[in-house]
Ligand binder design. Sequence first.
Ligand code: ZN
Length: 679
Amino acid sequence: MRLPHLLSVCLLLSTSFLFAQSAADPEPGPGFSIDNIDKSLDPCVDFYQYACGNWIKNSEIPADRPAWQSFAQLDESNMEIERKILETAAAGGAERSAVDQKIGDMYGSCMDEKRVNAEGITPLKPELARIAAVKDKSALINEIARLHLVGANALFNFYSNSDLHNADAVIASIDQGGLSLPDRDYYVKDDPDKVEMRKHLAEYATELFKLAGQTPQRAAQSADDVLVVETLLAADSMDRTKRRDPKNRDHKMTREDAAALAPEFYLNQYFVAVGAPNFTEINVGNPEFFRQVNGVLAALPLETLKTYATWHLLNSSAPWLSEPFVEANFKLRQALTGQKEIQDRWKRCVHLVDHSLGEALGQRYVEATFGPDEKQRMLKMVDALEQSLDQDIQGLEWMSADTKKQAKVKLEAIRNKIGYPEQWRDYSSVVIKPHDLLGNVQRADEFESKREIAKIGKPLDRKEWGMTPPTVNAYYSPNYNEIVFPAGILQPPFFDKNMDDAVNFGGIGIVIGHELTHGFDDQGRKFDPQGNLRDWWTEQDGKEFEKRVSCVADEYSGFSVVDNMKLNGRLTLGENTADNGGARIALAALERLIAEDKTGKEGESIDGYTPEQRFFLGFARVWCEKQRPEFLRMQVSTNPHSPGRYRVNGVVENMPEFQKAWGCKPGQPMVAENACRVW
Ligand SMILES: [Zn+2]
């Protein structure tokens, strides 16, 4: 479960695959500095390399990270803050507040590695026994429901979401799912990296089944069974690029029709087992998946399906069991990302608390880090960026007056959330014990799953947040029609109160512009101001839009990232369009600020760079990064965001403003022959 705001688009990563690492020290700090520039290079040849060259030279990917960039650097420093909060909360006695008891004991139970190791697989035994006792396929669906409640992604996904055609109402949704590797392509494609990951998955599964008590031979057979089932699920899953179009996931039907679509899923029984409130309508994200997998479920022996369910229990629990489980789990992650070492336990435990009790930990994090000044400055920048986007849209030559009018209504309806939620989630019903790690994890997951499910049939809670406050990221949600900036991202290099406006507009300004533009990208434009899937464009304007984004798709499809793997311009289209639009409107906002400044201070050069140059340097600084090749391969296959180098160069080569700021000439690499422009 745990799929909040399924349609949200964020700034960095959509999965939790990319977390944590640790800092190596005398390296460049996360802030903006002209020391990061490699002045021996020509900015018009490769701007990213020019702006980040020295940063790249002087930075090392920490052994416990798959990649290293400003997001990761900030994540490291946030983890240090959270660690102090959690250690204090864990040590506190009877005087502790209810919030500190929860986060402190969750962290404490996680840090008690000795006890966890001594217990081995024991804490999981009751759950394993439940699956082992299953006598028929209809009883199995009750166990799938149980797995869903405790956070395991088996067979399919069930969650609540705002109704695509009535955003104010929350409805039940089921969708494809049930895979252990990051994407369906890992099962159905024969690229060398995909074939290799299947082998790694088989090895990992074999190891877990052995640790669970199976003989080596039996364990290998069980792993084969897992691969067989997951490959069948993958074959019937829609690919990521196709899923970008919300129309492909828009299949509302009655509960009875959904149940009849795939009788082998025993959906009516499942809804009761999972504790869903009564409902009559449901959105089926991918009906073909359920239709086809229905046949798979009918054909496969019960024992194979029980093995598959057991696997998902083992896999999702492994990080919170004894060392051999943790190591086996890390080995797959290592194969996928190239990360050399597992993170220190305290970091994994910080992430666990952020994941499971995020708004309790977030409350303490905000008290320690976030003041009203930051919020005020952000609000001012958001205003400036909204004004820029409005002016940009109103000035478009290719858009008709009718569509412009509608776009203005949508833009004005975009809400913003900055820092932290105005209302904190109430975790008082979650039981967290000082010495029961797996139990704590399961109860917290169950609380969250039930909270999600209980929303079905209720009005949409527009106050809710989809990210926790320490998160270094931001998002736009089309059904909420809102932009959200957690406190975690409002720090250098994104936002630095000691820096000039030019650098900040290149940092957080572009981020704000990026999120705003998402409301009008290939996905966002299909939603109206209320968050309903509704076409408000004239046909001609829609065509003009498509023509312009095709240019962007072709541009990025031309970028070769690793071992001749090219970017998927259609998968990354929304993000690339948002990067291009964000940069353009942030620069326009800065230019306005300079023009309106009577003191002339805004227009002054600093360290020999004009405000426009500093704007682009600030932009590049945010994206300076190093990635392990394994991680890049996974990113290209699964991530709708382009790697940093292309997020920078792919944008600036389209911008005459950039070329003017740096004196670039036609024919140079940073001057695109066919510059793309949507916004
Ligand atoms: Zn984005």
